[in-house]
Design a protein. Structure first.
Length: 279
């Protein structure tokens, strides 16, 4: 049993059957790395990363019932707090040993930058081997778990990654165009969901935070990554060859969101008014 729940005395109800149907998982559940890899891959290739709610000034709820309603039943996506909270509860319910962690995102920043501690991800232990798991890092979301070993390049179905050390912290990096690019810096201190509530409120409501200022969606398939930043749509293949297109209308934007990312935009009165500001 996961000690996290023993310590917090909290047990949430996770709808495993419905989650499996959502991501297309039908294998026997065995607590091993193969099952973790399969669940990781199916999750990220089915449930897109998106910040539609913060962009439209709608609330982002990260209690497990709200997350399941949104990501499983309404077939929406979400950002790190939603994605990794759902995956945490799924893995824990199945019997995996999971620890929630937090990191400082340093993407497009210096490796030692002091950014807010507002990225959630997971540490999973199987047979005394630790794995870094992250199903919610935007266009660079991991498509496989990483064994927690330092300075070792690890290939995934998409990019390669490595975990390095900086003073008393760790840094997750990915190889892009033959160069290592830092994603976030962190330690292994277990985090608590009450603290994620604070981080979620900050990232979803602060007018200066990126998720309230731009529209950002990403999705991964077996051979491609797709991203949408405001009106710029990109498609990357496994060699990072990129196709870029500029979206010219609200109607075209809606079609891409629905057909490429398989998402239905929420029905709110100010939707077109908000989207119009992107053009």
């Amino acid at each position: 049993m996961n000690l996290y729940f023993l310590k917090t005395k909290v047990r949430m109800s996770i709808h495993i059957k419905n989650y499996f149907e959502r991501i297309g998982f039908s294998d026997e559940v065995v607590i091993n790395i193969e099952t973790l890899e399969k669940l990781n891959f199916l999750h990220v290739t089915t449930i897109p990363f998106e910040n539609i709610n913060p962009f439209l000034e709608l609330p982002v709820k990260i209690d497990i019932d709200s997350i399941q309603e949104k990501l499983i039943y309404n077939k929406r996506g979400g950002y790190c707090y939603e994605q990794n909270t759902l995956f945490f509860h799924v893995l824990t319910d199945l019997g995996f040993n999971v620890r929630p962690l937090a990191g400082r995102v340093i993407w497009n920043d210096s490796i030692d930058a002091i950014t807010s501690l507002t990225h959630m991800f997971l540490l999973v232990t199987i047979d005394e081997i630790e794995y870094l798991v992250d199903v919610g890092f935007g266009a660079q979301t991991l498509t496989a778990p990483l064994e927690f070993v330092l300075n070792k390049e690890q290939k995934t179905p998409h990019e390669s990654y490595q975990i390095t050390e900086l003073k008393n912290e760790f840094v997750l990096q990915t190889r892009i165009y033959n160069e290592w690019k830092s994603m976030y810096r962190f330690n292994k201190n277990q985090q608590h969901f009450v603290d994620f509530e604070v981080g979620n409120w900050y990232t979803s409501t602060n007018p200066d935070f990126i998720f309230t200022k731009i529209l950002f969606l990403s999705k991964v398939s077996e051979k491609y990554r797709f991203s949408l930043i405001n009106t710029v749509f990109k498609k990357y293949d496994l060699n990072r060859k990129t196709e870029t297109s500029k979206i010219e209308s609200i109607e075209e934007l809606k079609k891409i969101i629905e057909n490429v990312f398989n998402l239905q935009l929420p029905k709110v009165t100010n939707l077109d008014e908000k989207l119009k500001k992107l053009f």
